[in-house]
Design a protein around this ligand. Sequence first.
Ligand SMILES: Cc1ncc(CN)c(N)n1
Length: 229
Amino acid sequence: MEGKTKEKGEKSGIIEMWAKKHSLLFTGATRHPFILSIRDGSVDLSSFKRWLGQDYVFVREFVPFVASVLIKASKESDDSNDMEVILGGLASLNDEIAWFKSEASKWDVPLSNTVVHKANQNYCRFLENLMSPDVDYAVAITTFWAIETVYQESFAHCLEDGSKTPPELQDTCQRWGNDDFGEYCRSLQEIANRYLEKASSDVLTEAEVTFLRVLEHEIEFWNMSRGGV
Ligand SMILES: Cc1ncc(CN)c(N)n1
């Protein structure tokens, strides 16, 4: 994957191949100007606050999507540990919601009656469509991996040596940029690779296209946070 050396024993799978094949879009999502502005300390705090209010709405919509992935795992998974990984993801979303509430009060961002921006509405509708039982588990778990990984890679970049992330935003970056979250994303990647390897070519195509849609939605979400439409 971009910017990372492979760890010992880590084999390259379909996910790594797609991340490389679509590196331009992948980098667009994980090195977006909004993230770069956090990393270089020039971030406009009104953009940060917009992101905070909108992401709270997104995360509340993300929970039922992850629950739908859990249901698919319980029906289709051949490895009992998959369920624990996804359940861990749901538990961390519970913490994430509590974190958003406390962060919003710190920044004076109201969380009720939020006007949901178009980019956020589109992203939430996309997630809703993926909750259908007709969507293959391989597609759903790939989507889940991609959504979590964009945040992991983006915010981890703001914590690297040489970054000038403002101290008041360190906690936000730690939330998704920490090593445990990175480990959790690698577990999701391992599950996704395992299912993609045995997927039909139709499912593979659907998963790859859905991966690209996630990257586009994430870029639109960052654009919206910076003040775009
Ligand atoms: C838009 C978005 N993408 C991903 C995440 C990480 N759960 C998030 N909170 N918001």
